[in-house]
Write a protein that binds this ligand. Structure first.
Ligand code: FAD
Length: 321
C-alpha cells in the first residue's frame, strides 16, 4: 500500500476532529502517516490518539519556533516528509490555515493542488466544490504528488487502532524574512459549544435576526441541539455576532449533518460555505428567498415564532428542562 501523508491539525493539547476525518479518508488511498509540527512535547500528548485513528506512523517535527511563524513549520515538515516517503498524496484540512499550508507546499513541490475536496476516489480522482459552491466537479492531479485539502465534515472519523512508529524530522530554521510572524494570540471565547467546523449541528443567524441581543434565539436552538452557532456576513458586519463565526466564501466552510439557517436569504457567497451540509433547514419569512433552493426543509415564517417553538419541542423530546 502506498503511504499517504496527513497533516495534523491541533492546538497543542488536542488533535482536531478534522484530522481524524483525514486519517479515515487517507485509508481509501493507502497507509496514513501523520505529520505533526508543534512545540516540544506535543507528540507525547497527541501520538496515541493518532494511532487510535489509524496513523501507522507519525513524522514529528518539534521546535520552539513552531508556533511563532504562520504555517511555516507545517510546510517544512510536509516537504521533508514527502522527500522521505514519496507518498501517493498529502492530505490537509480545507480550512483557512490548511489551505495556506497546502498552497505553499504545492508551490514548493511544483505539484498540483486540489482544495475544497468533499470526496476521494481510489483511482486518485477527487470530488471538489468549485466556483463558490456553484458546481461539483471530478478532478485529478496529473503532475507530481497531489496535495489535497479536504473540507471538514466530508468524512466520518473512525477509530482504527494501530501501532504508530515515530520518526523524527529535523527541520531547517525558519527564514523570518519569508514567513509571517505571529506577534500575539487571543484565544476565542468559545464557551461550551463545539467548534464551528467540527460540529455535527450548526444553527446560523442572518440579518433577519435583527440585532446582537436577539441572537439569543439562535444560541438557544443551537444549545438544545448540542450544536455550534454560525452567522451570515451581513449579521457579522452589522455587529450581531463575532467575525470568527461567519459562514461562507469569506468565512468558514462547514458540512455538518444538520444546518439550520434562520433569517438568512441564501446569497451565493453564504451558500458556498454550507451547501455541502447533509440536511439543510431554512426559516425565512420571504417564500422567494434563494435559501429555499438548497433547503431540504423550509419553513416560511417569522424566525422569532418558529425557532423558539423548535427549541421547546427539541428540549421536550430530549427531556431537557
Ligand atoms: P439578507 O440578504 O439581508 O437576508 C436577510 C433575510 O432575513 C431575508 O431573506 C429576509 O426575508 C429574512 N428575514 C428578515 N426578518 C426575518 C424574520 N423575522 N424571520 C425570518 N426571516 C426573516 N455572506 C456570507 O454570509 N458569508 C460570506 O462568507 C460572504 N462572503 C462574501 C464575499 C464577497 C466577495 C461578497 C461580495 C459578499 C459576501 N457575502 C457573504 C455577502 C452576501 O453577498 C450577502 O450579502 C449576505 O450573505 C447576506 O446575509 P443575510 O442573508 O443574513 O442578509
Amino acid at each position: 500500500m502506498p503511504d499517504v501523508l496527513v497533516l495534523v491539525d491541533h492546538d497543542g493539547e488536542r488533535v482536531h476532529k478534522s484530522t481524524y476525518e483525514l486519517l479515515a479518508a487517507a485509508r481509501r488511498l493507502g497507509d496514513p502517516i501523520a505529520v505533526l509540527a508543534g512545540t516540544p512535547g506535543t507528540s507525547a500528548r497527541l501520538r496515541d490518539s493518532l494511532a487510535r485513528h489509524g496513523a501507522i506512523g507519525v513524522f514529528v517535527a518539534e521546535s520552539s519556533e513552531a508556533g511563532e511563524f504562520l504555517g511555516s513549520a507545517a510546510v517544512n515538515a510536509l516537504q521533508l516528509a514527502v522527500r522521505t516517503v514519496s507518498p501517493a498524496a498529502v492530505l490537509v484540512s480545507s480550512t483557512t490555515d490548511g489551505k495556506e499550508v497546502a498552497g505553499r507546499l504545492a508551490a514548493r513541490l511544483d505539484t498540483g493542488l486540489l482544495t475544497d475536496v468533499v470526496d476521494l476516489h481510489p483511482s486518485g480522482a477527487v470530488t471538489q466544490v468549485v466556483f463558490g459552491g456553484a458546481y461539483t466537479v471530478r478532478s485529478e492531479v496529473t503532475h507530481g504528488v497531489p496535495v489535497i485539502a479536504l473540507r471538514p465534515g466530508s468524512f466520518e472519523p473512525e477509530e482504527h487502532p494501530v501501532q504508530a512508529v515515530e520518526h523524527e524530522l529535523v527541520l531547517p530554521p525558519i527564514d523570518p524574512a519569508a514567513s509571517a510572524r505571529v506577534t500575539a494570540r487571543r484565544p476565542a471565547v468559545a464557551g461550551d459549544r463545539p467548534p464551528l467546523t467540527e460540529a455535527s449541528v450548526v444553527v446560523s443567524g442572518g440579518r433577519g435576526v435583527g440585532g446582537a441581543d436577539s441572537f439569543k434565539v439562535v444560541e438557544e436552538l443551537a444549545d438544545v441541539l448540542g450544536g455550534a452557532v454560525g452567522a451570515s456576513r451581513a449579521a457579522v458586519d452589522a455587529g450581531y455576532y463575532p467575525h470568527q463565526y461567519q459562514v461562507g466564501q469569506t468565512g468558514k466552510s462547514v458540512s455538518p449533518q444538520l444546518y439550520i439557517a434562520l433569517g438568512i436569504s441564501g446569497a451565493i457567497q453564504h451558500l458556498a460555505g454550507m451547501q455541502t451540509s447533509k440536511t439543510i433547514v431554512a426559516v425565512n419569512k420571504d417564500p422567494d428567498a434563494p435559501v429555499f433552493g438548497v433547503a431540504d426543509y423550509g419553513v416560511v415564517g417569522d424566525l422569532f415564532s418558529v425557532a423558539p417553538q423548535l427549541t421547546q419541542e427539541v428540549a421536550a423530546r430530549r427531556g431537557v428542562a
